[in-house]
Write a protein that binds this ligand. Sequence first.
Ligand code: BGC
Length: 905
Amino acid sequence: MRHQRKSSALLSGALFLTVAFAAGPARAAAVAESPICLRVEYLANPLGIDAHAPRFQWIPENTERDEKQTAYQILIAGNPSALAKDSGDQWDSGKVESGDSTQIAYAGRPLESGHRYYWKVRYWDKEGAASPYSEPAYFEMGLLERSDWKGQWIGGFNMMRKEFTLDGRVERARAYVTALGYYELRLNGRKVGHRVLDPAWTVYPRRVLYSTYDVTRLLKPGTNAVGAMLGGGWATLPIGKPYCSEPAFLLQLNIDLEGGKQLSIVSDGSWEGKQGPVVSDSVYDGEVYDARVEVSGWDQPGLKDSGWAAVKILLGTDGALSSQMMPPIRVTDTLTPKSMTNPDPGVYVYDFGQNTTGWAVLQVRGSRGTAVKMRYSELIYPDGTVNRANLRAAKSRDIYILRGGEPEVYEPRFTYHGFRYVELTGFPGTPSLDTLRARVVHSAVRETGSFVASKQILNQIQQLIHWGQLSNLMSIPTDCDQRDERQGWMGDAQVSAEEAMMNFDMAAFYTNFIRDIRDSQHLDGSVPDTVPHKYGMYPSDPAWGAAYPLLCWYMWQQYSDRQILEENYNGLKKYIEFLRSRAQDNVLRYSYYGDWVAIEPTPGELVSDFYFYYDTRILADIAKILGKTEDAATYSTESDQIKDAFNKAFYNPHSDFYANGSQTAQALPLFLDLFANPLSRYNYNPVFGHLTNDITYGHNTHLTTGFIGVKYLLPVLTEYGRNDLAYELATQTTYPSWGYMIERGATTLWELWQEKTGPSMNSHDHIMFGSLGAWFYRALGGIRQAEASVGYRQLVIDPGIVDDLDWASASMETVQGRVSSSWSRSPGSIKLDVTVPVGTDARVLVPKEEEMTVGMVKVTEGGHLVWQDNRFVAGDAGVVGAEAVVNGVRFRVGSGHYSFALTGE
Ligand code: BGC
């Protein structure tokens, strides 16, 4: 197949297509090489795009090695048949010479509110041959103007309804819906869509997000009924000043009937409401649901019931109505309990075996008015009863009051809990394992990465990170999921972001969160500790505020997102200027939390000043990328000044270490190369020497950092040549370590290195120690980007062979395509399998064992000799060169899949 493709390379695109057809099935494989994974604003076939110039991306597949895209053509049409005829009546980009397959902004005729557009793309390869077009994809615009919304914010009841008549068949119908709080939209007796806890929590006074649903099939000619249930969500929760005193709801239901008639059903004063069965609901406390109050058929036409009254018209918010262009919160899994115990009479405790986020589903049959209670916990006491001490003030319980008679099934709608155990009381009769199930609920981001290794503890930590990360994505990145907090703490968000981006597709999620940060910024440039701001301070601790520049920067590095840099440039500049206004003699000293939850303290001012430098340097880099030369020069001079001042303030030339000598105080400056004199009088880096001594001898190979320090500690050890020591820390099983948590039964990461189970601050599901996940991919899997590479265009594969490990395997779906690196070793040989996406160049280190001599090793790729007698052997497709390095042979390769094997002595 490879050769066939090559022979047609010189043919023009159109001709190639014809020839491919004429040649019949033998050439059919070329079709598979059309672009795949088409996305608009990072989403697959999205509804409700409200960017005026949406950005497109695809992956140019090609089974040939060393291939790249040299040009592309996008066609966008107003209907599928035009597109099928290769007409881009909306936009035909023409042939654009470019290797970019992501961040391509729309440049066609203005896109209209509510319209669906169809698109496809093709690309030209290295030899100038055109690929076939991709399968068609689509995107649909949301409501672009405020005037597209005809309805009013309504409320006053938690159950509201309206009937309406359609005099014809429905051709197309879309519901655009939002709430201050949570809503459940219902049409003709059915829940609309699969979203839960919708819409996302945003800075409501600035921006609320609406969701778009295709409801064509839920409507029918004749009488229809639309209903909405409302919950308070984050809008009415009394932390600080609630956003509003009661939830509010807004709907725009646009219907096209057969024959061209259009009509809209909107939320307005014609709706009627009643208090429904949800007696109370609270994110922290849970729900009380009285099934006796249910009104059967309330969301269907023809309701005969009394007590419904006109709804209230509410002010809602003046904030912008934006489309929710990110993965919604959904139920992603249902867990079966591992065990049920009966520690006290009438008290049953279910263990789901996994700490997670969501709620329980109850199956029950009993007499009317029986109240069944479910209380959630992460922990149990030795006597088997639930330990809820660490939930603080969160009641975290759901109560269901039975209708009576037939079997009943209940699950709450407007709350969520962080839990592994559920205590069931008040149950009529004896429950069984089947009485409860657990719903797993979080922002449904796609898993895009995987890491596995021969050492089981690493896989267990990876699992903890996986669960901990997902359970802390509730439309914003949260600190925890169980106690009376669950906030968008920015420090936690910034340290975990790289890990999250490697394990999951976070592009759309963080795009939204960065908007939230911008919406939270004060005029003086300061940002808060939590976004949306409820907890913590304004201005943020500098290590927390650093989430603003760092998330923008990671979006650039991981996804090539230049637009984020552009949109936030002024905001970032204001933020850094704010920090500057608080600095004295170029040192920023104010700090609240510093290296939070550390075992050995580090002066908070060192942590703050480190981020002052980091942020300024990032701003200088962004200015350079955006072509703002003057700013780039200014901020790079300023960052040099901060660097000097940092060393003056915190480096002690007599002791040869920073500040009080803590691990964090050394790791931070080493990470950013702040240490001015790496080779001191002893011809070795004394700061790094002090750090490794402290770990090895001072603490018997344990870390002492908090969650800020740990983000940099292992990468620094690896970078300065002690991957072995980093590995020992990562696999340590005694206190303090990740392994210690696992030995003590953790299934998500703790907030503290200590195992605390009392009423103090000790969540058992915090994600910030999960920053280690990024180190797995980079240091053990060996997947890195070359300096200055963005979006994985220049890859460095540098597997971390450590003594104790037989193999490791990492893979990531990047914007460029799939990247993977898997290595294994056996006596006398090392194997390395690598996948490099189309358009990416890679430098691949095939490592040797320490005792081998480079001059004596032989390397093959797919059975072909590529290195022998200290020389590169040319001829293997895609392998363009090689050089000997201290720890192996480094090859230069183009795209493709490679299987290297090194043997030698
Ligand atoms: C949160 C942390 C957060 C911290 C700020 C805690 O309550 O759970 O993770 O970053 O406050 O100090």
